[in-house]
Design a protein around this ligand. Structure first.
Ligand SMILES: C[S@@+](CC[C@H](N)C(=O)[O-])C[C@H]1O[C@@H](n2cnc3c(N)ncnc32)[C@H](O)[C@@H]1O
Length: 248
């Protein structure tokens, strides 16, 4: 079952409580803290452009890549409405193929790398990113923490009943493979007031900080910093979002 197919068209509605402006500010704080010179950014797993569009408005030159045509079509529609020009490519980042090199920054936000479930694939993404960056180029990304995927989302079930959309979200955590399987069922109100049902199964990999740091070192990255929960400080045991910042 494809991920982010029908879900793409209600993704922004369900993410409406995420503070993307704060996310953009945090990314800019990191860039400032690192004293990095950033004009161009390649954004991996850019989705519906929730960071791509505001960062473009801040005059960064951005190209976004995502595997889901549907997420990209929503991004295109939003960009057009806001009069923003975006370069968007449909690609599996596990087989990243981008021919512009000497990039200032590569970015991946909000779980993009949790969707890369095999070590080999993530190692390939890191190696390719290293290749694409300029000397001293900066790589910024975040993942949902091992704690969040194994314990918070873990084997729990969530649901929400909104006016126009309702969903059931059942999780199963496999502690041998460190994979969480998310079974999502959505009910979306159509023009006649009836609810259409669709389902998606998502799989996310829980990575420890040490696993990621080891892979980054293997790919040749240096000055690796690990932050938790939108602070420029080390993560705590119960941090749910872990940020990695490193340089070529
Ligand atoms: C939770 S969404 C985050 C989207 C966006 N970064 C944001 O902050 O709203 C995860 C995104 O990862 C994308 N994705 C998952 N696996 C991918 C892959 N192998 N290659 C490229 N994109 C992928 C999905 O299509 C989806 O758009």
């Amino acid at each position: 079952m494809d991920q982010y197919r029908d879900f793409a068209f209600i993704y922004d509605e369900l993410m409406n409580e995420v503070d993307y402006d704060g996310w953009v500010r945090y990314i800019e704080d990191i860039i400032k803290d690192e004293n990095a010179q950033v004009q161009n950014i390649l954004e991996l797993a850019c989705g519906t452009g929730n960071l791509t569009i505001p960062l473009t408005k801040k005059n960064y030159d951005i190209a976004g890549i995502d595997i889901s045509d549907e997420m990209l079509s929503v991004a295109r529609e939003k960009a057009e409405k806001e009069g923003v020009e975006l370069v968007l490519l449909q690609q599996d980042i596990a087989e990243l193929d981008f021919d512009i090199i000497n990039l200032d920054c590569v970015l991946c936000a909000c779980d993009g790398f949790n969707y890369i479930t095999y070590d080999d694939d993530l190692e390939n993404v890191f190696a390719k990113t290293h290749e694409l960056l300029k000397e001293e180029g900066i790589f910024i990304f975040d993942i949902s923490s091992f704690y969040k995927l194994s314990t918070v989302l873990g084997n729990n079930t969530y649901g929400e009943n909104r006016e126009d959309v309702a969903y059931m979200w059942q999780n199963y955590f496999d502690d041998e493979e460190n994979l969480v399987e998310m079974e999502l069922a959505f009910f979306v109100k159509d023009e006649d007031g009836k609810f259409d049902r669709f389902e998606e199964v998502h799989q996310q990999r829980a990575y420890t900080e040490d696993e990621i740091v080891e892979m980054l070192e293997e790919a040749g990255f240096k000055n690796i910093k690990v932050y938790g929960d939108f602070k420029l400080e080390s993560p705590k045991e119960d941090s749910q979002r872990i940020f990695f910042v490193c340089r070529k």
